[in-house]
Design a protein. Structure first.
Length: 461
């Protein structure tokens, strides 16, 4: 359930207080007094996160954090711990550590940030026919060290950060001022993580830079941390709400502070890599859903919604070409399905070579193709289609298992239709356009095949 938070605390008053505070902020709190009770709840349901507010009654809080990580990988755990136990909590897998007593501003800013990040990390729900949840994405180890950009108005501050972090982090460090960070981001030179000083020439300059980088397509998926001076801790919640993954002290002088900062930055980079993996996997899934596996062309599921979009508003020209391979059944019957697949793949490749970059050709049926040509007149589309027809029939297609140089001559028939002015909605106009192209294709077939017909024109193009 989205917004559901499991609160674990062995002290009843703390547990009840946290439950009331979370409920008042419109979250759905669950409570557990002991670690065993918490683990039992996690065996039955999957909340959005776990908040360990104090030591459970039956085990150490850090031990519970580690056990949650083993039982429910990827489930965020927030811990309120004393200063001297923060490193141990992070090493046990805590997503964030909070100071005691808990401050509402910091607590809810952390929760909002983790809820936001969870949208990119949540495992997919079970697919049809799957009894078990699909496993959370585990990123592969990168062959190269991650890059961290250190941004401060004073390069001496950035060098100090590098000196403190380099022995503790296997990463490539780059130093930059805000102008360079923005300029490099604009051309795609984006690090895995930005560490930004909150205050530079003016107070809050770093927060403005954070907001700018987060708004840009090229850099929005990087990880971000903001470093604050001791007297600016009140702005941490603002940084987290602007999209920073963590807020660190600006001075990393002591080994303990540097160790903790390195652990927190490592966690941010790990989550960034995981999110990158999720996006890549989702893109692959979309590609599989929209792509014909034999030819590599878009399929009907991709083509028809795009055609509707091109027909929306009635502005500009658009043409479609319905294409069919002549006598394709005879190829399969006489030469086998492997030969048929080879013909389909080669015809697809030849058609695709002719279609301009602003258009596309899709496989929409067994031996049927559809070329969609936005910003193209009917006459220009007919000329392009004649080029397709000549390219397909001009060179025999080699068949698998046959001697080199021996191939099969293949021809295509095609019907061309251009978008006409009209008042109908985009879907109706797209359907009419397809129907006109299909009728022209049928005329080409009936007229002897290996021809191109234009909708509404009696003779071949």
């Amino acid at each position: 359930m989205e917004g559901q938070i499991l609160v674990v605390d062995g002290t009843a008053t703390n547990r009840i207080t946290l439950k009331v505070r979370l409920a008042a902020a419109c979250y759905d709190p669950l409570t557990a007094r002991t670690g065993a009770e918490a683990l039992g709840i996690l065996a039955r349901c999957r909340p959005s996160m776990v908040l360990i507010g104090g030591s459970p009654g039956d085990m150490d809080a850090i031990e519970l954090c580690a056990r949650i990580g083993r039982q429910a990988p990827g489930l965020p755990v927030v811990m309120a711990v004393p200063q001297h136990r923060r490193i141990a909590a992070l090493q046990a897998g805590a997503e964030a550590v909070l100071d005691l007593p808990l401050d509402d501003g910091s607590l809810f800013a952390r929760i909002r940030g983790l809820m936001r990040d969870r949208q990119h990390h949540v495992a997919p729900s079970p697919g049809p026919g799957l009894a078990e949840e699909q496993q959370a994405f585990l990123p592969a180890k990168s062959a190269t060290a991650p890059t961290i950009m250190l941004i401060a108005s004073d390069l001496g501050v950035a060098r100090g950060w590098r000196q403190a972090l380099a022995p503790r982090l296997s990463a490539q460090f780059r130093l930059a001022d805000p102008e360079r960070a923005l300029a490099e981001g604009a051309i795609g030179l984006v690090p895995d993580l930005y560490l930004i000083a909150a205050d530079m020439v003016r107070p809050g300059d770093g927060l403005r830079l954070l907001s700018e980088l987060r708004s840009r397509r090229s850099s929005r998926n990087a990880a971000f941390a903001v470093a604050f001076e001791p007297d600016r801790q009140d702005m941490m919640s603002v940084a987290l709400d602007l999209g920073a993954g963590d807020a660190l002290p600006s001075v990393l002088g002591s080994p303990e502070v540097a160790d903790e900062a390195a652990l927190r930055l490592t966690a941010l980079i790990r989550h960034k890599m995981s999110a990158d993996g999720h996006r890549a996997a989702e893109e692959r899934e979309r590609s599989f859903a929209w792509t014909d596996p034999l030819t590599g062309l878009p399929n009907r599921r991709f083509a028809l919604p795009r055609l509707v979009e091109f027909c929306r508003g009635g502005q500009g020209s658009c043409a479609v070409v319905a294409i069919d391979i002549d006598r394709f059944k005879e190829v399969n019957d006489c030469h086998g399905h492997a030969a048929g697949d080879a013909v389909l793949a080669e015809v697809a490749a030849r058609l695709d070579r002719v279609v301009p970059a602003h258009g596309f050709v899709a496989r929409v049926g067994g031996e049927e193709f559809l070329a969609v040509l936005p910003d193209t007149s009917e006459a220009t589309a007919a000329a392009l289609t004649q080029h397709m027809r000549a390219l397909v029939s001009g060179t025999p297609i080699p068949l698998p298992g046959r001697e080199a140089g021996i191939g099969l001559r293949i021809t295509i028939s095609a019907g061309v239709a251009g978008l006409k002015p009209g008042w109908q909605d985009a879907r109706t106009r797209a359907e009419d356009l397809l129907q006109q192209a299909d009728h022209a294709l049928l005329r080409a077939k009936r007229s002897g095949r290996d021809q191109v017909m234009i909708s509404g024109v009696g003779a071949a193009a």
